[in-house]
Design a protein around this ligand. Structure first.
Ligand SMILES: *[C@@H]1O[C@H](CO)[C@@H](O)[C@H](O)[C@H]1NC(C)=O
Ligand SMILES: *[C@@H]1O[C@H](CO)[C@@H](O)[C@H](O)[C@H]1NC(C)=O
Length: 446
């Protein structure tokens, strides 16, 4: 008798545990599957200028390569220019009575945080400008700084601007200080990641990625289990560079797409302990090469519909005719279950007038107008606003409309095929090169 009561209560306990487990698991799944757009108002209440409608080409990928080509009509427009306002605000804050430094604001990282749009932009004191004539400005600064300010939905400033107080090593004439900010939030915490050159040991330098805690104001220097793969991947005599990491937040966990092809993903704790959880390079040993690794990091990845995330990457190519650089921006969709590249668009276009009216800062190295993406706000299912700089010269927000039917198509096609992994290592680099040769009608080094 006593025994059977025991047995029944044991069975009941197991049944209850199983039910609790399922309910918890279901609610977890549900929270992950929740549309990414329900919670807060992420729209920018701004005017669209210079709208540019075009057919955005792009491709989905399966295990062997391209699986579907897509063409979708989208429209880009210029919705906000941080320039020249933030250049002036930043310049005011430097101790520089002769005012002979040149301040460019580029790389505007943007994100919503508690209903405020947070900006962190790179302030670049162009020093290359002085090199040819050897007439350096009277006051010397590191040539990169980060500027921050907050804005409301109408893009009106709601705080004073500030130069982030990031004590950075100064060892070079050109290229010191924090470069290419990208903002991300994990739970209630707000970080900016950037790259900056530093010594890890005497005479052992590296351009590495750092997170800066925007609320507590200190750096977190990541430690990658097994060391940075870029130490051995870089070309001889070059300082190793490990940068352009694209953050990706799944629940309360922080990941980085470290590299797009070979596709490498790291998990990082918030105190900077990182390890690769997906690393395609190990099997083939493909290294980073300036003339081969075209598609590179860009904005953070934002959740579109679980397990699909969307970001905007940049690609770098070199023209065969004169070896000058050619930069383009591409929408990239990844899946986190399993980790793989799903889709890469052809180059994002903007109204030609934007290029025509924006000076080319490094005209010694670049002929063709370009946008460089670092910030990514999904306003709603159909609208994505990308923080870019144009020609290294100015910080702008470019809005893209027409995302919903593009993403619906991508997700539908991908779910039918449901590949178990992405294409072979090197495929997307070659694809980017070949596609851009066709689209731009130019020949590029490879
Ligand atoms: C990938 O897609 C292409 C084009 O649809 C197809 O020919 C190929 O068989 C697919 N590969 C795999 C592994 O399913
Ligand atoms: C780089 O190469 C050295 C020498 O072969 C090796 O000891 C080290 O583990 C490698 N580091 C990484 C991160 O692969």
């Amino acid at each position: 008798m006593g025994n059977s009561i025991h047995r029944w209560s044991l069975i009941a306990a197991i049944v209850i545990l199983v039910i609790v487990f399922f309910v918890l698991d279901l609610s977890l799944e549900r929270s992950r599957n929740q549309p990414a757009f329900s919670k807060e108002d992420r729209t920018l209440h701004v005017t669209e200028r210079l709208p540019h409608a075009f057919e955005l080409g792009g491709y989905l990928f399966n295990e062997s390569g391209r699986s579907h080509g897509l063409r979708k009509r989208v429209t880009t427009s210029l919705v906000h220019s941080f320039s020249p306002y933030i250049e002036r605000e930043a310049a005011k804050r430097f101790i520089d009575p002769p005012h002979d430094n040149v301040y460019f604001a580029n790389s505007p990282a943007i994100t919503w945080y508690h209903g405020q749009l947070v900006l962190v932009a790179r302030i670049w004191l162009d020093r290359e400008k002085y090199e040819p004539k050897n007439d350096w400005p009277a006051n010397h600064f590191a040539d990169n700084w980060l500027y921050t300010q907050r804005f409301n939905h109408r893009m009106e400033p709601i705080t004073e601007g500030a130069i982030l107080g990031i004590p950075s090593p100064k060892q070079w004439w050109v290229g010191d200080g924090p470069i290419e900010p990208r903002l991300f939030t994990v739970g209630d915490r707000l970080f900016v990641s950037f790259n900056e050159a530093m010594a890890f040991h005497p005479k052992k330098f590296m351009d590495f990625t750092v997170f800066w805690d925007m609320l507590d104001n200190y750096p977190i220097i990541p430690r990658i289990k097994g060391g940075s793969p870029m130490i051995n991947a870089s070309e001889k005599d070059e300082m190793p560079r490990d940068k352009h990491w694209m953050s990706l937040i799944d629940g309360d966990q922080l990941y980085f797409v470290h590299n797009l092809d070979p596709f490498r993903v790291m998990h990082c704790s918030l105190d900077g302990f990182c390890r690769f959880i997906h690393d395609e390079s190990v099997r083939t040993g493909l290294n980073f090469k300036d003339h081969v690794s075209h598609l590179r990091g860009g904005t953070p990845f934002e959740l579109y519909r679980y397990p699909y995330y969307i970001g905007v990457a940049h690609s770098t190519m070199y023209k065969r005719s004169n070896h000058r650089r050619f930069y383009t921006a591409h929408i990239v969709v990844v899946s986190v279950k399993p980790f793989r590249i799903v889709y890469v668009s052809n180059d994002l276009q903007i109204h030609p007038q934007i290029y025509q009216t924006t000076p080319m800062v490094r005209s010694k190295y670049i002929d063709d107008g370009f946008i460089f993406p670092v910030g990514n706000i999904l306003e709603d299912k159909d609208t994505m606003s990308v923080g870019v700089h144009v020609n290294d010269y100015s910080s702008e927000i470019i809005r893209l409309r027409g995302l919903e039917s593009l993403m619906d198509k991508i997700i539908d096609l991908d779910q039918v095929d449901s590949p178990t992994h992405g294409p072979p290592v090197g495929y997307i680099q070659q694809h980017t090169h070949d596609t851009m040769e066709k689209v731009a009608k130019l020949k590029f080094l490879e």
